[in-house]
Design a protein around this ligand. Structure first.
Ligand SMILES: [Zn+2]
Length: 76
């Protein structure tokens, strides 16, 4: 029994659609596409990586990140 599962990574992405294949290596898995959706967050069911939209980064680093322009709500 080994519980040596590494902690999930958080990866910041620009788009609202990401592809994940585990990054190769022991965590590699078939390529899957994830949609970040309205929340701007997606979690890979294979490798537990968490994908967060860059805009979400401003929540944690508001002091050194300024949004260049307000984003209209509900736009698609
Ligand atoms: Zn993955």
């Amino acid at each position: 029994m080994s519980d040596t599962v590494p902690p999930p990574e958080v990866i910041y992405v620009e788009g609202h659609k990401v592809a994940c294949n585990g990054g190769g290596g022991p965590l590699g898995h078939p390529l899957v596409y994830l949609e970040l959706g309205e929340e701007g967050v997606a979690e890979c069911g294979y490798c537990d990586r968490k994908f967060v939209h860059q805009d979400r980064m401003s929540d944690e680093h508001a002091h050194d990140y300024e949004s260049p322009a307000p984003r209209p709500e509900g736009g698609h």
